[in-house]
Design a protein around this ligand. Structure first.
Ligand SMILES: C[S@@+](CC[C@H](N)C(=O)[O-])C[C@H]1O[C@@H](n2cnc3c(N)ncnc32)[C@H](O)[C@@H]1O
Length: 283
Protein backbone atom coordinates (compact mmCIF):
# COMPACT_ATOMS: atom_id res chain seq x y z
CA UNK A 1 0.00 0.00 0.00
CA UNK A 2 2.76 2.44 0.87
CA UNK A 3 4.81 1.33 -2.13
CA UNK A 4 7.74 -0.15 -0.19
CA UNK A 5 9.18 -0.56 3.30
CA UNK A 6 8.49 3.11 4.09
CA UNK A 7 6.68 5.92 2.26
CA UNK A 8 8.65 7.53 -0.55
CA UNK A 9 8.17 10.92 1.16
CA UNK A 10 10.64 9.98 3.92
CA UNK A 11 13.20 8.10 1.80
CA UNK A 12 15.77 10.94 1.94
CA UNK A 13 15.51 11.07 5.74
CA UNK A 14 15.76 7.28 6.04
CA UNK A 15 18.79 7.32 3.81
CA UNK A 16 20.43 10.09 5.81
CA UNK A 17 19.74 8.37 9.13
CA UNK A 18 21.05 4.98 8.03
CA UNK A 19 23.65 5.74 5.36
CA UNK A 20 25.22 8.94 6.62
CA UNK A 21 29.00 8.49 6.51
CA UNK A 22 29.47 10.80 9.51
CA UNK A 23 26.53 9.50 11.50
CA UNK A 24 27.99 6.22 12.72
CA UNK A 25 25.81 3.15 12.71
CA UNK A 26 22.07 3.83 12.63
CA UNK A 27 19.77 1.74 14.83
CA UNK A 28 16.39 0.55 13.63
CA UNK A 29 13.79 -0.90 16.01
CA UNK A 30 10.83 -2.96 14.84
CA UNK A 31 8.54 -3.08 17.84
CA UNK A 32 6.15 -6.06 17.95
CA UNK A 33 7.92 -7.32 14.83
CA UNK A 34 6.02 -10.63 14.48
CA UNK A 35 7.73 -12.59 11.70
CA UNK A 36 10.12 -9.59 11.33
CA UNK A 37 9.52 -9.52 7.60
CA UNK A 38 9.88 -5.74 7.68
CA UNK A 39 12.98 -5.69 9.89
CA UNK A 40 14.90 -8.37 7.99
CA UNK A 41 14.19 -6.63 4.69
CA UNK A 42 15.38 -3.33 6.15
CA UNK A 43 18.56 -5.06 7.38
CA UNK A 44 19.20 -6.43 3.88
CA UNK A 45 18.79 -3.02 2.25
CA UNK A 46 20.65 -1.01 4.91
CA UNK A 47 23.55 -3.33 5.60
CA UNK A 48 25.41 -0.74 7.71
CA UNK A 49 22.51 -0.31 10.13
CA UNK A 50 21.82 -2.42 13.23
CA UNK A 51 18.23 -3.65 12.96
CA UNK A 52 16.50 -5.03 16.05
CA UNK A 53 13.18 -6.87 16.08
CA UNK A 54 11.34 -7.00 19.43
CA UNK A 55 8.47 -9.34 20.12
CA UNK A 56 6.78 -11.12 22.98
CA UNK A 57 6.70 -14.37 21.03
CA UNK A 58 9.75 -16.45 20.16
CA UNK A 59 10.69 -16.43 16.49
CA UNK A 60 13.19 -18.43 14.47
CA UNK A 61 15.25 -16.88 11.72
CA UNK A 62 17.16 -19.24 9.47
CA UNK A 63 18.38 -16.75 6.87
CA UNK A 64 18.30 -13.37 8.62
CA UNK A 65 21.15 -10.99 7.74
CA UNK A 66 23.98 -10.55 10.24
CA UNK A 67 23.03 -6.98 11.07
CA UNK A 68 19.60 -8.17 12.32
CA UNK A 69 19.00 -9.15 15.94
CA UNK A 70 15.84 -10.53 17.51
CA UNK A 71 15.06 -9.80 21.15
CA UNK A 72 12.22 -11.69 22.79
CA UNK A 73 10.43 -9.86 25.57
CA UNK A 74 7.66 -7.55 26.63
CA UNK A 75 8.08 -4.12 25.09
CA UNK A 76 7.38 -2.50 28.48
CA UNK A 77 10.69 -3.93 29.72
CA UNK A 78 12.76 -3.91 26.53
CA UNK A 79 11.97 -0.47 25.06
CA UNK A 80 13.56 1.65 27.84
CA UNK A 81 16.92 -0.03 27.12
CA UNK A 82 16.92 1.77 23.76
CA UNK A 83 16.01 5.23 25.05
CA UNK A 84 17.55 7.97 22.89
CA UNK A 85 19.33 5.41 20.68
CA UNK A 86 17.03 4.59 17.76
CA UNK A 87 17.30 6.31 14.39
CA UNK A 88 14.08 4.72 13.14
CA UNK A 89 11.27 3.02 15.04
CA UNK A 90 8.70 0.93 13.19
CA UNK A 91 5.57 -0.28 14.93
CA UNK A 92 2.93 -1.86 12.72
CA UNK A 93 -0.40 -3.25 13.92
CA UNK A 94 0.66 -3.40 17.56
CA UNK A 95 -0.71 -0.27 19.28
CA UNK A 96 -4.26 -1.52 19.60
CA UNK A 97 -3.15 -4.81 21.18
CA UNK A 98 -1.29 -3.38 24.15
CA UNK A 99 -3.02 -2.44 27.39
CA UNK A 100 -2.04 1.23 27.22
CA UNK A 101 -1.61 2.43 23.60
CA UNK A 102 -0.90 6.03 24.62
CA UNK A 103 2.00 4.97 26.83
CA UNK A 104 3.31 2.78 24.02
CA UNK A 105 3.51 5.76 21.65
CA UNK A 106 5.23 7.81 24.36
CA UNK A 107 7.75 5.00 24.90
CA UNK A 108 8.36 4.72 21.15
CA UNK A 109 9.13 8.43 21.02
CA UNK A 110 11.55 8.08 23.95
CA UNK A 111 13.59 5.45 22.12
CA UNK A 112 14.19 7.88 19.24
CA UNK A 113 17.24 10.07 19.09
CA UNK A 114 16.59 13.73 18.10
CA UNK A 115 15.71 13.87 14.40
CA UNK A 116 14.79 10.15 14.41
CA UNK A 117 11.76 8.80 12.56
CA UNK A 118 8.68 7.01 13.80
CA UNK A 119 6.85 4.80 11.28
CA UNK A 120 3.53 3.87 12.84
CA UNK A 121 0.84 1.77 11.17
CA UNK A 122 -2.39 0.20 12.23
CA UNK A 123 -5.35 -1.61 10.75
CA UNK A 124 -9.00 -0.94 11.33
CA UNK A 125 -11.65 -3.57 12.00
CA UNK A 126 -14.22 -2.01 9.69
CA UNK A 127 -15.18 -3.15 6.19
CA UNK A 128 -16.16 -0.91 3.27
CA UNK A 129 -18.05 -1.82 0.11
CA UNK A 130 -17.01 -0.97 -3.46
CA UNK A 131 -18.63 2.47 -3.08
CA UNK A 132 -16.49 2.99 0.06
CA UNK A 133 -19.56 2.85 2.29
CA UNK A 134 -19.29 1.16 5.67
CA UNK A 135 -20.55 -2.44 5.59
CA UNK A 136 -22.86 -3.31 8.44
CA UNK A 137 -21.77 -6.38 10.37
CA UNK A 138 -24.20 -9.12 11.25
CA UNK A 139 -24.59 -8.49 14.98
CA UNK A 140 -24.48 -11.90 16.59
CA UNK A 141 -25.14 -10.35 20.01
CA UNK A 142 -28.59 -9.14 18.91
CA UNK A 143 -29.60 -12.73 18.47
CA UNK A 144 -29.42 -13.91 22.05
CA UNK A 145 -25.97 -15.43 21.60
CA UNK A 146 -23.86 -15.22 24.68
CA UNK A 147 -20.72 -17.02 25.69
CA UNK A 148 -22.69 -19.47 27.76
CA UNK A 149 -25.52 -19.90 25.27
CA UNK A 150 -24.28 -20.17 21.70
CA UNK A 151 -27.25 -20.16 19.31
CA UNK A 152 -28.01 -22.91 16.87
CA UNK A 153 -26.19 -22.25 13.59
CA UNK A 154 -29.40 -22.76 11.62
CA UNK A 155 -30.96 -19.78 13.44
CA UNK A 156 -27.95 -17.70 12.49
CA UNK A 157 -28.27 -18.59 8.83
CA UNK A 158 -31.91 -17.55 8.80
CA UNK A 159 -31.34 -14.36 10.71
CA UNK A 160 -28.37 -12.94 8.87
CA UNK A 161 -30.69 -10.51 6.96
CA UNK A 162 -28.10 -9.81 4.31
CA UNK A 163 -25.67 -8.17 6.67
CA UNK A 164 -22.05 -9.15 6.40
CA UNK A 165 -20.58 -12.18 8.15
CA UNK A 166 -17.13 -11.06 7.09
CA UNK A 167 -17.60 -7.64 8.71
CA UNK A 168 -19.04 -9.42 11.73
CA UNK A 169 -15.91 -11.57 12.26
CA UNK A 170 -13.72 -8.45 12.12
CA UNK A 171 -16.08 -6.59 14.42
CA UNK A 172 -16.01 -9.48 16.88
CA UNK A 173 -12.21 -9.67 16.94
CA UNK A 174 -11.80 -5.93 17.10
CA UNK A 175 -13.99 -5.83 20.19
CA UNK A 176 -12.17 -8.78 21.72
CA UNK A 177 -8.56 -7.79 21.11
CA UNK A 178 -8.46 -3.98 20.99
CA UNK A 179 -7.49 -2.13 24.14
CA UNK A 180 -10.38 -0.13 25.60
CA UNK A 181 -8.03 2.87 25.65
CA UNK A 182 -7.17 2.62 21.96
CA UNK A 183 -7.52 5.73 19.80
CA UNK A 184 -6.56 6.10 16.12
CA UNK A 185 -2.78 6.47 15.83
CA UNK A 186 -3.10 10.09 14.67
CA UNK A 187 -4.69 10.98 18.03
CA UNK A 188 -2.13 9.00 20.03
CA UNK A 189 0.76 10.82 18.34
CA UNK A 190 -0.88 14.23 18.76
CA UNK A 191 -0.61 13.80 22.54
CA UNK A 192 3.18 13.33 22.46
CA UNK A 193 4.79 16.75 22.28
CA UNK A 194 8.27 15.55 21.27
CA UNK A 195 6.91 14.28 17.93
CA UNK A 196 6.13 16.28 14.81
CA UNK A 197 3.79 14.54 12.36
CA UNK A 198 5.26 14.53 8.85
CA UNK A 199 2.44 12.67 7.13
CA UNK A 200 -0.70 10.82 8.09
CA UNK A 201 -2.49 8.73 5.54
CA UNK A 202 -5.45 6.35 5.32
CA UNK A 203 -5.34 3.53 2.80
CA UNK A 204 -8.11 1.34 1.47
CA UNK A 205 -6.93 -2.11 0.45
CA UNK A 206 -9.17 -4.22 -1.80
CA UNK A 207 -9.83 -7.89 -1.03
CA UNK A 208 -9.87 -10.31 -3.97
CA UNK A 209 -10.39 -7.56 -6.54
CA UNK A 210 -8.14 -4.71 -7.70
CA UNK A 211 -10.33 -1.95 -6.25
CA UNK A 212 -11.00 1.28 -8.11
CA UNK A 213 -8.04 3.58 -8.74
CA UNK A 214 -5.94 1.76 -6.11
CA UNK A 215 -2.21 1.66 -6.70
CA UNK A 216 -0.93 -1.94 -6.73
CA UNK A 217 -4.60 -2.97 -6.42
CA UNK A 218 -4.16 -6.26 -8.29
CA UNK A 219 -1.43 -7.48 -5.90
CA UNK A 220 -3.14 -6.09 -2.82
CA UNK A 221 -6.41 -7.82 -3.71
CA UNK A 222 -4.67 -11.15 -4.07
CA UNK A 223 -2.56 -10.79 -0.92
CA UNK A 224 -5.47 -9.59 1.19
CA UNK A 225 -7.61 -12.54 0.09
CA UNK A 226 -4.95 -14.96 1.34
CA UNK A 227 -4.35 -12.85 4.44
CA UNK A 228 -8.04 -12.66 5.39
CA UNK A 229 -8.55 -16.40 4.81
CA UNK A 230 -5.57 -17.12 7.05
CA UNK A 231 -6.93 -14.68 9.59
CA UNK A 232 -10.17 -16.65 9.89
CA UNK A 233 -8.33 -19.94 10.38
CA UNK A 234 -5.87 -18.40 12.87
CA UNK A 235 -8.59 -16.71 14.87
CA UNK A 236 -10.97 -19.71 15.00
CA UNK A 237 -9.55 -21.03 18.26
CA UNK A 238 -10.21 -17.69 19.98
CA UNK A 239 -13.85 -17.76 18.84
CA UNK A 240 -14.20 -21.27 20.25
CA UNK A 241 -12.61 -20.17 23.51
CA UNK A 242 -15.03 -17.23 23.61
CA UNK A 243 -17.89 -19.74 23.68
CA UNK A 244 -18.97 -20.19 20.08
CA UNK A 245 -19.78 -23.76 19.07
CA UNK A 246 -17.83 -25.61 16.38
CA UNK A 247 -21.00 -25.67 14.21
CA UNK A 248 -21.42 -21.95 14.46
CA UNK A 249 -17.80 -21.22 13.59
CA UNK A 250 -18.15 -23.54 10.61
CA UNK A 251 -21.24 -21.69 9.34
CA UNK A 252 -19.51 -18.38 9.96
CA UNK A 253 -16.43 -19.57 8.04
CA UNK A 254 -18.50 -20.66 5.03
CA UNK A 255 -20.22 -17.30 4.76
CA UNK A 256 -16.98 -15.42 5.42
CA UNK A 257 -15.09 -17.16 2.61
CA UNK A 258 -18.00 -16.89 0.16
CA UNK A 259 -18.24 -13.17 0.87
CA UNK A 260 -14.58 -12.32 0.45
CA UNK A 261 -14.38 -14.43 -2.72
CA UNK A 262 -17.39 -12.84 -4.40
CA UNK A 263 -17.81 -9.41 -2.79
CA UNK A 264 -16.02 -6.17 -3.51
CA UNK A 265 -14.71 -5.08 -0.15
CA UNK A 266 -12.02 -2.79 1.19
CA UNK A 267 -10.19 -2.77 4.51
CA UNK A 268 -8.98 0.48 6.04
CA UNK A 269 -5.39 1.06 7.24
CA UNK A 270 -3.69 4.02 8.90
CA UNK A 271 -0.06 4.99 8.30
CA UNK A 272 1.72 7.83 9.98
CA UNK A 273 5.28 9.16 9.90
CA UNK A 274 6.58 11.47 12.61
CA UNK A 275 9.93 12.95 13.56
CA UNK A 276 11.43 13.37 17.01
CA UNK A 277 12.04 17.06 17.66
CA UNK A 278 15.61 18.21 18.04
CA UNK A 279 14.58 20.12 21.19
CA UNK A 280 11.46 19.63 23.33
CA UNK A 281 8.67 22.04 22.39
CA UNK A 282 8.39 23.54 25.89
CA UNK A 283 12.00 24.76 26.08
C1 LIG B 1 -0.62 -8.05 14.54
S1 LIG B 1 1.03 -8.53 14.94
C2 LIG B 1 2.01 -7.44 13.93
C3 LIG B 1 3.33 -8.03 13.53
C4 LIG B 1 4.25 -7.16 12.69
N1 LIG B 1 4.44 -5.84 13.28
C5 LIG B 1 3.77 -7.02 11.27
O1 LIG B 1 3.22 -5.97 10.91
O2 LIG B 1 3.94 -7.96 10.48
C6 LIG B 1 1.25 -7.88 16.58
C7 LIG B 1 2.55 -8.31 17.22
O3 LIG B 1 2.76 -7.56 18.43
C8 LIG B 1 3.35 -8.42 19.39
N2 LIG B 1 3.09 -7.89 20.73
C9 LIG B 1 1.89 -7.62 21.31
N3 LIG B 1 2.05 -7.16 22.56
C10 LIG B 1 3.39 -7.11 22.78
C11 LIG B 1 4.18 -6.73 23.91
N4 LIG B 1 3.61 -6.30 25.04
N5 LIG B 1 5.51 -6.81 23.81
C12 LIG B 1 6.10 -7.26 22.65
N6 LIG B 1 5.40 -7.65 21.56
C13 LIG B 1 4.06 -7.57 21.63
C14 LIG B 1 2.67 -9.76 19.13
O4 LIG B 1 3.40 -10.85 19.67
C15 LIG B 1 2.57 -9.78 17.61
O5 LIG B 1 3.69 -10.42 17.02
Amino acid sequence: MIGGLFPVGVSDQVDQLLNDAQGGQGTVLDVGCGSAIWATNMAKIFSRAWVVGLDLNAQEFSDAPENFEFIQGDLDQTLPKFNGRASIVHCRCVAQHVRDPQTLVLMLSQTLRPGGLLLLADGDWTVYDQHKKLVEPFKWWNHGITNSNPAEPIVLEKDACGRSWYASWLDFFGNLTRSKDYRPIEELVKNVDTLTVLDSHRYLSPINWPGEGIENGEDLGRILNINQRDFFVGAKEIALQAGFSHEMVEVWGRHYEAEIDSGHFYNLWHYLTAQKRETPINL
